[in-house]
Every structure is written in C-alpha cells, then in structure tokens.
Design a protein around this ligand. Structure first.
Ligand SMILES: Cc1cc2nc3c(=O)[nH]c(=O)nc-3n(C[C@H](O)[C@H](O)[C@H](O)COP(=O)(O)O)c2cc1C
Length: 307
C-alpha cells in the first residue's frame, strides 16, 4: 500500500489533476450538474459541441435506450459560440475548472472561424475538434473519415489559435492509425476517441424508427470493446497523448483504457445513469492504484502485458 497516489497527467503543456474528463454533449456546460459535481474536481470539463451559430438540433424523440447502451440524435443542438463565451464559459472559469471546448462545423472555414473566436476566450485551456460531423462539401462524409480531410481541418484550427488542439476521431474509419497520424502531423497535441457509432432502432408495432432522425449514434457499454481496440491501436501509432472514450461506466473500464495506452479518459453515457459517475471513477482509480502499490498513474498507463 502507498499513502499518496499521484493521479496527475500531462497533455502536452496542459496538466490535469486527474485523468477523468466529461465527454462532450453528456455534461452540458457543467452547470447542469451543479448539484452533483464540482467541475474543478475533474481532470477537465469538455463542453457540449459548439458551432458558429446556434443550432436547434433534431426534433424529438432524440434518445432511445438499447441493450447495453443508448442511441442519440440530438443533432448537435447548441447555443452558438457567442453565447458559449458570454453565458457558459464564465461559470466554469469562476469555479476553477479546466475547460476544453468541443467544436463542430460544416466546413473547414467554420472550424477555423470557431478556433479564431475561441482563441481569445478567457478561461479556456484547450480545443477539442469533433471531426465526426458531415462534411457538406464532400457529400456528407465525416471530416475524420479520411486522413487528408482530417489533416486539413486540424491544420486550419491549429493555425487559428494558440490553444492546444485535440482531435476527436470517429470510429468508422478504414485505418484509424492513418487518420490519427495525419491529425498529429497537422499539429494535433492529443487524440481523443471514439465518438458514437452510427446506429438505429425500430418499433415493429408502429413500423417506425424510434428516433425522429431515424439514425443516431450508439454509446455506452455496448461500444466499449470497439473503443478499446481503436484506442490501443492509436496509442501505439502516435507519440501524443491519447484520450480513451466509449462505454466507460466505472473505474475498471477507465483503468482498462489506460492500460491499453490512454493517458486519460472521457466519461459520457455513465453520467446519465449516475450523475456522480465521474467522481466515483476518480475515487475508484485511486483506490485501485493504492491497492496495487503504485504511487502514480504513469506506472499504469500503457503497461499492458502480452498473453
Ligand atoms: C447525448 C449525447 C450527445 C453528444 N454530443 C456530442 C457532441 O456535441 N460532440 C462530440 O464530440 N461528441 C458528442 N457525443 C459523444 C460523446 O462525447 C462520446 O464520444 C460518446 O458518447 C462515447 O462515450 P460514452 O459511451 O461514454 O457515452 C455525444 C454523446 C451523447 C450520448
């Protein structure tokens, strides 16, 4: 047993007090969880994806439960970047939270404009670029689906801001390592993955889709094994920190991702089941490392043994 466990991790120049962040779109802008979680207790708060202009999102129903997961088709509803900076960021900054702003766009120019606007926003530590959005100019294919487009978005964002940039990858790519390397070569200081997996659910009584948008994104425990494989491959392929996301419901899940090479994790769907999940996961990681006699998280990250 050790007395003190050092949970700090570095993402480039950014120092996190622990490796647990909220996942974008599942923790609002932090204030929604005010009665449950002090945002400063997290490694970082990743805010809901923000676009240049406000977006109303899709009509309801927008969420459906599935075995071991949920499918959402929120449609990237958000308040837009001006309201984000004016009405949302200050609350988090006043509480001392380390804030990562997740951005989304329909064109490379929109991503670039968002990064330029956020560059001057007080209280922001990092930008996370969601490249799972459909690229309208390319017929709706996700920006992150191929290395060249991922690189173009990344370098446009990197050039537009002094803030460190993390690129968040979609799961449906033919070679995740090629996309991750392209993003890193274009200036990404960290890679996070995975976003949700495109999915659908039907009702045979009504013969209708369960989501108004028909298709949504699957998240939760159902996607964890897929995410773990992609994170493991990516962590071996790039030299920057990798952040594991996908079905992390408890400390054991988080520890698996870090054993596979993730420097930190993001927790999404779990917060809908238990609004204090992020705090339970931080405490669980600490307890486990102490029991293992490990004084710090560095002694755990990427220490996967072969069979
Ligand atoms: C309701 C909901 C909204 C989401 N909104 C966003 C978003 O705005 N931007 C983004 O990059 N990811 C978004 N995501 C994806 C999550 O951040 C995360 O990548 C995914 O849910 C997998 O993690 P989980 O299984 O822990 O939920 C959303 C997920 C859910 C469930």
């Amino acid at each position: 047993m050790v007395d003190q466990v050092d949970l700090r991790v570095s993402l480039g120049d950014i120092k996190l007090k622990n490796p647990v962040m909220s996942a974008s779109g599942t923790f609002g802008y932090g204030q929604e969880y005010e009665n449950f979680v002090d945002p400063a207790a997290l490694g970082a708060v990743v805010t809901k994806g923000v676009s240049l202009n406000p977006r109303p999102g899709n009509p309801p129903p927008r969420i459906v439960e599935t075995p071991a997961g949920m499918i959402n088709a929120i449609g990237l509803e958000n308040v837009g970047v001006e309201s984000f900076i004016r009405d949302k960021l200050p609350w988090l900054a006043e509480r001392g939270a380390l804030v990562v702003a997740n951005i989304l766009g329909e064109s490379v120019e929109e991503y670039e404009a968002l990064a330029r606007r956020l560059d001057q926003a007080p209280g922001l530590a990092m930008i996370e670029v969601n490249v799972s959005c459909p690229n309208v100019a390319a017929g709706g294919l996700a920006f992150g689906a191929d290395p060249a487009t991922a690189a173009r978005v990344t370098s446009a964002v990197v050039r537009a801001t002094r803030l460190p940039v993390m690129v968040k990858l979609p799961p449906l790519v033919s070679d995740v390592t090629a996309v991750a390397r392209a993003a890193v070569d274009a200036g990404a200081r960290a890679i996070s993955l995975i976003n949700t997996i495109p999915a659908m659910a039907l009702d045979i009584e009504t013969r209708r889709p369960r989501l108004a948008n028909t298709i949504g994104g699957l998240s939760g425990p159902a996607i964890k094994p897929v995410a773990l494989r992609l994170v493991w491959q990516t962590a071996r392929a790039v030299s920057v920190p990798v952040i594991g996301i996908g079905g992390i419901m408890n400390a054991v899940d988080a520890l698996e991702f870090m054993l596979a090479g993730a420097s930190a994790v993001q927790v999404g769907t779990a917060s809908f089941v238990n609004p204090r999940a992020v705090l339970d996961i931080i405490a669980g990681i600490e307890t486990f490392l102490r029991r293992q006699g490990l004084a710090d998280l560095k002694s755990w990250i990427g220490r996967l043994e072969t069979l």
